[in-house]
Every structure is written in structure tokens, then in C-alpha cells.
Design a protein around this ligand. Structure first.
Ligand SMILES: Nc1ncnc2c1ncn2[C@@H]1O[C@H](COP(=O)(O)OP(=O)(O)OP(=O)(O)O)[C@@H](O)[C@H]1O
Length: 261
């Protein structure tokens, strides 16, 4: 059972309480997950492949209904960035980014303004008239982030958005998303298979067990923002990453081998 759009001024942007999820074919994806994320918190979800990370995001977005427990949001605007940029190939960058505003009933002028602002925030000024095929993978992902930004999300869901990118591009995009978070703190829920990425981005890293996923650890990351790129090479950073890796090892699932450390 789930209920969305409830809670007072101090309510978390997203709260899972005792959530279990069994798909119609009988696959048990999640069991008894309780977790909440407030604005100003950036929470990464890590865990073995197939442990239900994407399922949690889909529940947060209301794309799926939990089989048990409750999923509550504070009703504020939500942004979702998928693993693939999922752009319309025949539309320009500008027209891709304008799309959610138009579909959401904004005027053409307001959609244009929001799109221009979002394109500037992700550093794609000058590429407005390009089509997706004319962009690099990293730029396509920036378009996808800009498209979500036009909704002015207070809850931002990221489903392993940078997994397909090379390391340098991925690190740059990590820094850019972190700076979007600093400039207008949303509640972030970020799925990744990369331990360093989870630590670099987050205020907390939540570790899920193998399927059916349940929370096995919730590790605070004691660094402020903005985070300099060199942070990744510090002893303090390595210590937090080691904690996350150790928690993943405790999940005892062979799929954990797929987790980059
Ligand atoms: N619509 C669906 N119907 C049935 N089973 C599903 C459905 N969606 C996901 N599953 C199953 O639920 C489990 C959890 O899937 P989910 O995609 O949430 O895991 P994940 O942790 O995000 O995986 P990965 O890390 O590999 O992306 C998997 O076993 C998957 O096959």
C-alpha cells in the first residue's frame, strides 16, 4: 500500500516505511525497507545487481505501487534521470528540454525560459540547436539532467545516470550534479554501482542486501560541499569508501563482484 503527497512542513521529501515489493510474476524485489530523505540530503543507494535499487526509485516516483508498507512524498516536484538519456532523436536540445514544461501545461514562453535556464545550468549553452546524435554521451546526459531541472524538482531521482560514461566524464558530471545540489538543495536519491561515486556525491550511502533488498547499512559521509575533485584521493575519503565496501561485502552476494571499488 502506498500514499503519496502527505506530511507537514518538516516531512521528508520521500519516506519509505516497511516497504516490500513483490512483482506480479512473484519476484520479491524488496523487503521491509525503511528510509527517508529530506531536502539537503543526497543519498546514494548501492547494493548487488538486482537487489531492487531501481524498484525503490520507481516506487518513489509512483510508477509502481508497494506490495506492503508505505511510500510517502511531500508532494513537491520530482525529477527523474534514467540510465539512458532517453532523448527524442528528432528534436533539438532546446526542444527536448522544453518538453516536460509543455507536457506539464506551461506556456511556450515559460517552457522556453525554463529550458534556457536549465541548459545554462548544465553548461550546454551554444548547443541548443544540436540534435542528440551530434552530442557526446556526457552531453546527452547533461541534456537529460537539464530536462529534469525544468521541473524545478525538490526530489531528484537518479537511476545510475553515469554508468555508461568514461571515468573522466563521469567525475566531471559528479562534480556538476553536486554543484546543482549546492546551488538549490533538493532531496537526492542516487543509484550507483560505484563506491567512489557514492561517497563523492552523497551525504549518506545506503547499502542494500542482495534480493530481496533490505537496508543493511546507512553510512554518513562527513564532508561538506562543494567537494574538490582531489577529495577522492584523500585518506579520509578512502576510509569512508572502505566502510561502504565492507558493508557491500557483508551482503555476501556474488553479484557484488560487479561493484566497482
Ligand atoms: N516489472 C518487473 N516485473 C518483474 N520483475 C521485475 C520487474 N522489474 C524488476 N524486476 C526484478 O526485480 C528485481 C529488482 O530489480 P531492480 O531493477 O529494481 O534491481 P537493481 O538493484 O536496480 O538492479 P541493477 O543493479 O542490476 O540495475 C530483479 O530481480 C528484477 O529482475
Amino acid at each position: 500500500m502506498s500514499a503519496a503527497g502527505e506530511g507537514g512542513a518538516d516531512a521528508p521529501a520521500i519516506g519509505f516505511d516497511g516497504v516490500s515489493m513483490v512483482y506480479a510474476n512473484g519476484t520479491e524485489a524488496l523487503t521491509d525497507v525503511s528510509l527517508s530523505v529530506r531536502r539537503g540530503e543526497f543519498v546514494s543507494l548501492v547494493g548487488p545487481s538486482g537487489c531492487g535499487k531501481s524498484t525503490l526509485l520507481r516506487l518513489a516516483a509512483g510508477f509502481e505501487q508497494a506490495s506492503a508498507g508505505s511510500v510517502r512524498t511531500d508532494g513537491a516536484a520530482l525529477g527523474y534521470v534514467f540510465q539512458d538519456a532517453t532523448l527524442l532523436p528528432w528534436r533539438s536540445v532546446r526542444r527536448n528540454v522544453e518538453l516536460p514544461g509543455r507536457l506539464g501545461g506551461l506556456s511556450a514562453e515559460r517552457s522556453r525560459e525554463r529550458a534556457a535556464d536549465a541548459i545554462r545550468r548544465v553548461g550546454l549553452e551554444g548547443f541548443e540547436d544540436h540534435r542528440p546524435a551530434q552530442l557526446s554521451g556526457g552531453m546527452r546526459m547533461r541534456v537529460s539532467i537539464a530536462r529534469a531541472l525544468t521541473l524545478q524538482p525538490k526530489l531528484f531521482l537518479f537511476d545510475e545516470p553515469f554508468g555508461a560514461l568514461d571515468e573522466m566524464t563521469r567525475e566531471r558530471l559528479n562534480e556538476e550534479v553536486a554543484s546543482l545540489f549546492v546551488s538549490d538543495p533538493f532531496a537526492g536519491l542516487f543509484v550507483t554501482h560505484s563506491v567512489p561515486e557514492s561517497v563523492f556525491m552523497s551525504t549518506r550511502v545506503v547499502v542494500l542486501s542482495g534480493r530481496p533488498g533490505r537496508v543493511v547499512d546507512d553510512i554518513g559521509v562527513p564532508f561538506g560541499y562543494p567537494r574538490p575533485p582531489e577529495l577522492r584521493y584523500s585518506a579520509e575519503f578512502a576510509a569512508v569508501a572502505a566502510k561502504v565496501s565492507a558493508a557491500l561485502r557483508r551482503t555476501g552476494d556474488p553479484a557484488e563482484e560487479g561493484v566497482a571499488v
